[in-house]
Design a binder for this molecule. Structure first.
Ligand code: ZN
Length: 332
């Protein structure tokens, strides 16, 4: 189609990478090409897999590279966004100082955008997902950790040191007595509300609980069986202790959301990731706590909602970043 522009979005995770070609309206032209990341095979192999995933995505869209306007790549932190470098993310060991952006740009000879994966997911939701009507939004993604992204009027708040919107490490408890986070600090939101820590809190609550709870039948089982999903399902089924764990989770997330409402005053706060399946009851619990805890005026109108793009948000958002890059490029 004459004039139609196409953007490649690649989302690199610790386990798999996903890539698709997305049109100017944010619609992927095919199901994503997915390849295993295998970080243990080293960064050169990793870069080659990224290129191969991009080639497969372009082929799956029935296009050639000539049709592609720009490429966007999203990776987990730690990173240097301005330099286009993966530094040394814990889930991409042993990679270190990988020049992702320049490598992809050199191989494909296309303008290449580079972004943090949670920021890219936030931009995906902002562009064509749950927050497409919003002018400003904050995303919390709930998984092994808690990720975050802040978008204000089409600008991704990446920060001067590439770690703006690192909402998992927002302090919701004091550094003296708070729960210990994976980052080494105490009291971070992630230490309470990531899927991993929901399970941990549930195990602790269960040890102190004298009543009957169906959670106990999972107690001796390993972490593959006793998941946040199971806890949310049991809560939906009316299990009293599971309900308490879920309610506490909503409360902790609301503490984080309230801090962001006071900082950003966004149109919308979006929750994404595994716990989105927890449904309207969980959403309205968070909403209720936010309305109670937050500054009265902005919290009255902020919308609390769930993400709508699922795991596609990352590559769609990465493609959106590629589109932003060429839009923002000044004419030569
Ligand atoms: Zn932390």
């Amino acid at each position: 189609m004459a004039g139609e522009r196409y953007f490649v979005g690649l989302d690199v995770g610790g386990t798999t990478m996903k890539c698709a070609v997305v049109n100017d309206h944010g619609h992927p032209l095919s199901a994503p090409a997915v390849m295993d990341t295998h970080p243990e095979r080293g960064q050169d192999a990793g870069l080659e897999t990224m290129c191969e995933t991009i080639r497969r995505a372009v082929a799956a869209a029935n296009l050639t590279l000539d049709d592609v306007t720009a490429i966007g790549v999203a990776t987990p932190g730690l990173m240097d966004i301005k330099a286009g470098l993966i530094l040394d993310p814990p889930n991409l060991k042993p990679w270190k100082n990988v020049p992702v952006r320049d490598h992809i740009k050199g191989v494909f000879k296309k303008p290449t955008a580079y972004q943090n994966d949670a920021n890219a997911a936030a931009y995906g939701e902002f562009w064509v997902g749950a927050a497409q009507e919003a002018k400003s939004m904050v995303l919390f993604t709930l998984g092994t950790g808690v990720g975050g992204g802040i978008i204000i009027n089409d600008v991704i708040i990446e920060g001067e040191h590439s770690h703006g919107g690192e909402l998992g490490h927002l302090r919701i408890d004091t550094p003296d007595r708070g729960r210990i986070c994976g980052c080494g600090a105490r009291g971070c939101l992630e230490a309470y509300a990531s899927a991993t820590n929901v399970v941990r809190r549930a195990r602790e609550d269960m040890a102190a609980y004298r009543g009957t709870t169906k959670m106990r039948q999972y107690y001796t089982a390993n972490d593959d069986v006793f998941t946040a999903r199971v806890i949310f399902d049991l809560a939906m089924g009316g299990d009293e202790l599971a309900i308490r764990v879920v309610d506490d989770t909503a409360y902790y997330l609301a503490l984080g959301a309230s801090a962001l409402i006071s900082t950003v005053d966004p149109d919308m706060i979006v929750f994404g990731g595994g716990m989105v399946g927890a449904g309207e009851r969980f959403r309205s619990l968070i909403d209720g706590h936010v309305k109670r805890l937050g500054l009265t005026y902005p919290t009255k109108s902020v919308k609390i909602t769930f993400a709508s793009l699922g795991s596609d948000a990352g590559f769609i958002g990465a493609a959106g970043c590629a589109r932003l890059l060429v839009q923002q490029a000044k004419p030569a």
